[in-house]
Design a protein around this ligand. Sequence first.
Ligand code: ATP
Ligand code: MG
Ligand code: MG
Ligand code: MG
Length: 561
Amino acid sequence: MSTLFLRTLREDPAEAEVPSHRLLVRAGYIRRVAPGGYAWLPLGRLVLDQVTRVVREEMIAIGVQEVSFPALLPREPYQRSGRWDEYGSEIFRLKDRRGADHLLGPTHEEMFTGLVRDLYSSYKDYPVSLFQVQWKFRDEARPRAGLLRGREFLMKDGYSFDLDDDGLAASYAGYRAAYQRIFERLGVEVRIVNATAGAMGGSASEEFLAPTPVGEDTFAACECGYAANIEAVTTPIPDSPNSRTPGESQVLDTPDTPTIDSLVDVLNTRRAGGHDGWQAADTLKNIVLTVDGELLIIGVPGDREVDLRRVEAALYPATVALFDDFGSRPDLVRGYLGPQGELKARYLVDPRVVPGSAWVTGANEPGRHAIDVVCGRDFTPDGTIEAVVVRTGDPCPRCAGPLELRRGVEVGHVFQLGRRYSDVFGLDALGPDGRPLRVTMGSYGIGLSRVLATVVEQHHDENGICWPTSVAPADVHLVGLGDREAVASLAGELERSGLRVLFDDRTGVSAGVRFADAELIGVPVVVVAGRRLAEGYVEVRERVGGTREDVAVGALAEAVR
Ligand code: ATP
Ligand code: MG
Ligand code: MG
Ligand code: MG
């Protein structure tokens, strides 16, 4: 540590909103470089490599092979799949010196499909499954919470290629089980939740959500084991107050529109009441704000310019996300999409913002959520709504028991893509009878940098990080207080026994500071080599639980393991 490129901080960085962000910066793992962009310091590299190692091992164990694509990609494949446009402003686009369009890869389905199509042609080649570990780029509307939502983040993305549905189901099951092992090894508690309504067959897409209050996803869970992202809970809830008939619908457009100042007032009042996690969206006509799952939609006439940056500035440092294209990203907004994809805000009116309107029963209460509603699927164009609200205590679609709503971070996502990309790129295998078979695919992602932050969210206390051994930057943090040479030789011995040692050999730093740093950095075992080292004893402290025990040096390597 006397030479390690590390400066721990006593103060919380001003911009850090969540524990993982605060602690990773303070303990010298990462430094902010740009919004959603972080430099990895030596300790940070070590932990990120640990996470990557675990994921890589489990991928290889199920027979997935590693490849690596560039991050800088040509436009053509993404144009062809439609995602150059669909992905909207989340794509980082750039031009080369000849004026040709490129993008920084947000995810690589197109590239993997093309690669397999280029090299494989016979049914005998299949199945095959490939993965990469790579930095992804997404121009997130609101990068936040340090590594949890970056604009550049490390992802393990895997893709399976099978000849039939059974094959896909088997590949999917293989990845799903591997993901369970990965999160188990990394010490991340996860819930596997349905991410789609199951229209494509039950397990078409599932997310691995790590329960934590700082998560941006909300999921409904039941004791029977049912769990779904609330955006996917579409079973009609019989007594839902939102099962309305067209006659009852309330039209939002009102001449009496809010001013920016009245809006800001409302927002500030709410914030003072302990809300955070603001998100706002803007079209020409509407501002959408969600507060801890409460939904607020404010109608603004189209001829009025709404300067949401002013709203954002007034609310600083609350998190306000500005989306300018949510018509194309219904998943960003829990609102009502009209027949043309326009946002309808008929029922969700805040009377404090739109004078003369009334709260719509149920829709805007804490713990209630309007969910990913799509015109035609969930309600008819004239406004009949089937089921749009889930709240704590609502009946579980599987067993009718009470649902509980919880927050989580999406750390992984497994997805049966089917033939969407093989159709686009013409990925066929020549069958035994000489006829082409269209390949079916799955895609499987884990956010490695996000997982790292999630580990910290789930493993920390007021003094610092408490790494699980599998992720820790070292196995032992050795603090030498006694004879320098004796301590140095102990460090050497520990290393020779195969342990990774973070050796605090600093001089001129008080013991108090060194212990505080050890707690902040969070290596699972701290060995204090002090006065008793001369008699052959050191003190072993466990980071979690704080137990302290004198251990004979000869038995140390064994005791630490
Ligand atoms: P989110 O809903 O949080 O925006 P996503 O559904 O857009 O995530 P996927 O496209 O499913 O993300 O990507 C696979 C994984 O990559 C996610 O499960 C998550 O762990 C990680 N990931 C996605 N976006 C980010 C980000 N901005 N920063 C860090 N990790 C991310
Ligand atoms: Mg996303
Ligand atoms: Mg998601
Ligand atoms: Mg996802």
